[in-house]
Write a protein that binds this ligand. Structure first.
Ligand SMILES: Cc1ncc(COP(=O)(O)O)c(C=O)c1O
Length: 385
């Protein structure tokens, strides 16, 4: 018999929708695979790394050039200062970092706070680890983080996951909200796992604020990030965890047991890209995704599926009550069959039946796919009116 917690696992609705979309020849706006091309400089660095003989296991916490490039980036972009020898770990994607932090610092039965809507892997990995999940709305009744609920949920908990910019809502927590979370962490002595993988996907002039910069947070925060999204290399599996040495050391040991190391030649290529890509690469990334957000949100609105316009990341939750389905899974199925567009049921990101009127779309797509999706939405709306 498998571990009962593993027996409870189901294929992610995201992967299932991708499969169904392929069968029906639809436009896949579901999975966040980001199929825009990676930067040329990054791709060119791969054969160089292979030819230089970087083909064996690396140190379990990553090659020195990448740890050093990440350390410089964390200082320059995030305002965070770490030692590349002991406080910055390269991991198998930020997913590898998240799993290793749970493995190193959490025991079965510990309570973990998630801001809802949450990223499914956070919930599922926490459940697999036997943690007790406590969800708090990132958008309470007035659209702001529900601080009273957060305070109540924090009593006796071991940690909190803060994902800003947020997948799936695109919500960016304000500095004041981050400070309020910091105060809760201090009062209840919580560890904080800050998943900042969308740190460059910021719209309408917003800036990124790292959780670990907030008062008292450096000593209790694991800053997780990676290059899957920033460089459109979800298949490369290059992520990282930065934390004070005493917190980072056990994470590195656990990550070693889980995965030995991240792909060595790809670590070298990512190090070169972090070092050599100019600042406007990141500015253009935000600019082009903001344009795509505006185009897709306008198409959703026109089709009668009002979007919650995201502040960051590259997802949008849309209200699909107009489809007349009782569940989000049925709404996703209906939209795929009628309009040829795959989206993810909102229920994948919420507990207790919330999210049944929502679908999540990923607009981090090639311009051709985005145009096709907008055209299909318009056709579908015309056919229904
Ligand atoms: C919030 C969040 N964290 C982590 C990941 C996965 O990152 P990685 O590819 O670095 O494992 C995703 C991917 O969709 C995500 O949305």
């Amino acid at each position: 018999m498998p571990n009962p917690r593993a027996s409870a696992l189901r294929q992610s609705p995201i992967r299932a929708m991708t499969q169904r979309c392929r069968e029906l020849g639809g436009v896949n706006m579901g999975q966040g695979i980001c199929d825009t091309p990676p930067p040329r400089l990054l791709l060119d660095a791969v054969p160089t790394a292979l030819a230089a003989g970087h083909n064996t296991y690396s140190r379990y916490d990553g090659v020195a050039p990448l740890r050093e490039a990440l350390t410089d980036k964390l200082a320059a972009y995030n305002g965070l200062h770490y030692d590349p020898e002991t406080e910055v770990l390269v991991t198998l994607g930020s997913t590898g970092a998240f799993a290793a932090v749970l493995g190193a610092h959490f025991e079965a039965g510990d309570a973990l706070l998630l801001l809802e809507p949450y990223y499914g892997y956070h919930r599922n990995l926490a459940e697999l680890a036997g943690l007790e999940l406590r969800c708090v709305a990132i958008e309470g009744a007035d659209g702001a983080l529900d601080l009273a609920a957060l305070e109540a949920a924090a009593a006796g908990a071991r940690g909190i996951v803060v994902n800003s910019p947020n997948n799936p809502s695109g919500r960016i927590l304000s500095p004041a909200e981050l400070d309020a979370i910091a105060a809760v962490c201090a009062r209840h002595d919580l560890l904080c796992i800050a998943d900042e993988i969308y740190e460059y996907f910021l719209y309408d002039g917003r800036a990124h604020h790292s959780m670990a910069t907030r008062p008292g947070m450096r000593e209790r925060t694991f800053t997780l990030g990676g290059y899957s999204k920033t460089y459109s290399i979800t298949g490369w599996r290059i992520g990282y965890c930065a934390a004070p040495a005493a917190l980072a050391a056990p994470v590195g040991l656990v990550a070693d047991l889980y995965t030995a190391c991240a792909p060595t030649p790809l670590q070298h290529a990512v190090a070169a890209a972090i070092r050599d890509l100019p600042p406007d690469y990141y500015e253009e990334l935000a600019r082009s995704h903001q344009a795509q957000r505006d185009q897709f949100c306008a198409a959703l609105k026109q089709a009668g599926l009002p979007p919650r316009v995201p502040q960051g990341a590259y997802y949008v939750l849309a209200d699909v009550a107009a489809l007349g389905c009782t569940t989000a899974a049925a709404a996703a199925q209906t939209l795929l069959e009628q309009a040829g567009i795959a989206a993810i049921p909102g229920s994948a990101f919420y507990t207790q039946g919330r999210g049944e009127h929502l679908l999540r779309f990923c607009f981090g797509k090639t311009q051709a796919d985005l145009d096709r999706a907008c055209e299909r939405l318009a056709q579908w709306a015309r056919a229904g009116s």
